[in-house]
Design a protein around this ligand. Structure first.
Ligand code: APR
Length: 234
């Protein structure tokens, strides 16, 4: 492995699949007969608030019954033991990376365990159900929504992620279909800046040919193997 100083890891729903959480574009990516993508929009929230809040309430509840798997644990180990620069960027809204112990972590698409106030823009940790109308702890408005980046909204921490990609000498994409931008474009940014690129996924993603190397298999097998390689080479 060449000399690596700075790594950006991107994760998607595939890393949590073996923990029992459904992916978006797999066969189980439907909810009440609708594509999940149709529910995760500001328009859906405006048209049927109860439906959207219920969708996320169910997902928040599901977190109680799942646990990090070997892939989350391996990334947390990398975070703890690797002395170089590292940023784990997850598209996932579950909390499995942090439960495994990852610290250098960004949730670019928001978090189930956070609430966003539509009135004041305040964000705060949130557990429980949103249906039933808990109020904003900042401004007391009855205007809380899931702190989730819906389709058409701006992901979080874009500047931070772009800076990390500019400095990265290795970009690794794990368990994502490469269907949703801007994350799907990170491999091109990293390549353009001269970084090595590696994909770890069950099947080739939409942008698979952009990666210098693509390893196919389950995250619970591939991620611990790759982390071991990085730590051994250091
Ligand atoms: N190990 C590795 N990869 C897996 C596994 C596994 N055990 N199981 C599934 N995968 C792969 C699938 O082959 C697929 O390529 O994970 C990928 C999951 O893709 P998606 O369901 O499209 O999820 P993701 O890429 O995270 O979606 C991106 O889309 O709907 C939005 O905001 C939502 O963050 C999400 C974004």
């Amino acid at each position: 492995m060449p000399d690596i100083h700075s790594i950006v890891v991107l994760t998607g729903a595939g890393i949590s699949a073996e923990s029992g959480l459904a992916t978006f574009r797999g066969p189980d990516g439907l909810w009440e007969g609708r594509r999940v993508e149709e529910i995760c929009t500001p328009q859906a929230l405006a048209a049927d608030r109860g439906l959207v809040l219920d969708f996320y309430d169910q997902r928040r509840r599901a977190l109680a019954g799942v646990a990090p798997n070997a892939a989350h644990e391996a990334l947390a180990r990398l975070d703890a033991e690797w002395p170089g620069e590292l940023l784990i960027v997850t598209q996932n809204v579950d909390d499995l990376h942090e439960r495994a112990g990852a610290k250098r972590l960004i949730h670019m698409h928001g978090e189930l365990l956070s609430a966003l106030c539509e009135r004041c823009g305040g964000r705060a940790p949130f557990a429980g159900d949103m249906i039933g109308g808990p109020r904003c702890g900042h401004c007391d408005a009855d205007a809380l929504r899931p702190d989730i980046v819906f389709f058409g909204e701006m992901p979080y921490a874009m500047d931070h992620i772009d800076r990390a990609l500019m400095d990265a000498d290795l970009f690794v994409s794990i368990g994502t279909s490469g269907a949703v931008y801007p994350a799907a474009g990170y491999v091109q940014t990293a390549r353009y800046r001269g970084a090595d690129t590696l994909e770890l996924n069950l099947e080739p993603s939409a942008g698979s040919m952009m990666f210098a190397e693509s390893r196919l298999g389950t995250a619970s097998r591939l991620v611990p193997e790759w982390v071991e390689e990085v730590l051994r080479a250091d």
